[in-house]
Design a protein around this ligand. Structure first.
Ligand code: P6P
Length: 338
């Protein structure tokens, strides 16, 4: 038992990535170092969150709006700057594209082309920060291809299969980092006494079905009839339970471990829904498929969707394959009537 415990304590993120890649090539080392840098960003953000109520400048709004026209929280700004600062002088990433920035940020050094682009949502669910409920950071890594001459990031408008890796950090009772580089989904828990993320769950698979449906039913009146059909179905049938935390990372994490479905439908006013494809839906779709689940817009696999602009949104149905299919069946049924 002692050997096992010691060995487990030594399975850090960097070691695990190299094990996954079964290689110590420079590229493998770079990817391992890149994910370790993301873990550093997670530690810095977790530390800031843990003292939010005790420090000035953490809670509340900045008074400005982001590119989406949404009020910016102080924590959004801090977390965005953490990601930028941990990748400067890293030589690992050429470009950072964040949900919080209109245009991508170029790491100001002669970064050789062929390195990576990091796409991230620095704090997802920031409305939870002020009430001490879990929030998360979401990330995806894509190959830096060619020169983005006008800095618009238009070369990033590609489908989700171009993601080399994806994951999130969940700032909850414990801080967890969940990632995949296309070889299964693995979770690490931050051990504050070590200051290290230690492997806690390997090769996570989502159950084919789960009791949980996770959706903001306050939007019921805005949905297309097919989504209302689905909600009426789960209201009438035994064996379903509703869970919704208002921050996607926590709601997704519950589905990943316990099964069920998370959905953020489009509405009649905004058929494309609220969640951003490149920064939220595509990374989570990468993970759920690696865990044996599915992610759909209702009519198309999320990983097939090609965004028409950097901050494109998409409807999202994600989780256990049987539960995603059930939601889609109501959409298909209504489509047949049209
Ligand atoms: P609503 C947070 O703002 C977020 O982007 C996701 O993390 C979350 O799932 C969703 O929006 C919550 O949106 O409309 O239910 O408050």
């Amino acid at each position: 038992v002692r050997e096992y415990a010691l060995d487990r304590d030594c399975t850090t993120l960097s070691r695990h990535v190299l094990q996954q890649l079964q290689s110590f090539s420079p590229d493998a080392q770079d990817l391992s170092a890149l994910l370790t840098r993301i873990a550093l960003a997670g530690k810095l953000i977790a530390r800031h969150l843990s003292r939010a109520g005790l420090m000035e400048g953490v809670l509340g709004f900045t008074g400005t709006e982001n590119v989406q026209g949404e009020a910016v929280k102080k924590m959004d700004v801090y977390a965005n700057e953490v990601f930028i600062s941990v990748f400067k002088q890293s030589g690992l990433v050429c470009r950072l594209a964040s949900e919080e920035m209109e245009k991508p940020y170029y790491i100001p050094e002669n970064c050789p082309i062929g390195r990576y682009t990091l796409l991230y949502d620095p704090i997802d669910g920031s409305s939870n920060v002020d009430i001490n409920i879990n929030v998360g950071s979401i990330f995806a890594i894509r190959q830096q291809e060619g020169i983005d001459a006008d800095g618009s990031g238009s070369d990033l408008l590609q489908d989700g299969h171009q993601q080399l890796a994806a994951g999130y950090i969940l700032y909850g009772p414990s801080t967890m980092l969940v990632y995949s580089i296309g070889k299964g989904v693995h979770a690490f828990t931050l051990d504050p006494s070590l200051g290290e993320f230690i492997l806690s769950n390997e090769n996570i698979t989502v159950p084919d079905h789960g009791a949980i449906y996770s959706v903001n039913e306050g939007n019921f009146w805005q949905w297309e009839e097919s989504y209302r059909d689905y909600i009426r179905y789960v209201h009438r049938h035994e064996g379903y339970t509703a869970r919704y935390g208002g921050a996607m990372v926590g709601d997704f994490h519950r589905i990943l471990f316990q099964g069920g479905v998370f959905l953020y439908p489009g509405t009649l006013k905004k058929p494309e829904g609220k969640l951003r494809l490149l920064y939220e839906s595509a990374p989570m779709a990468f993970l759920i498929e690696q865990a044996g689940g599915r992610a759909s817009t209702g009519t198309q696999e999320i990983l097939e969707v090609i965004p028409d602009h950097l901050h494109a949104r998409s409807p999202l149905i994600i989780g256990s394959r049987e539960d995603v299919a059930l939601v889609e069946s109501f959409i298909q049924e209504r489509a047949r009537e049209l």
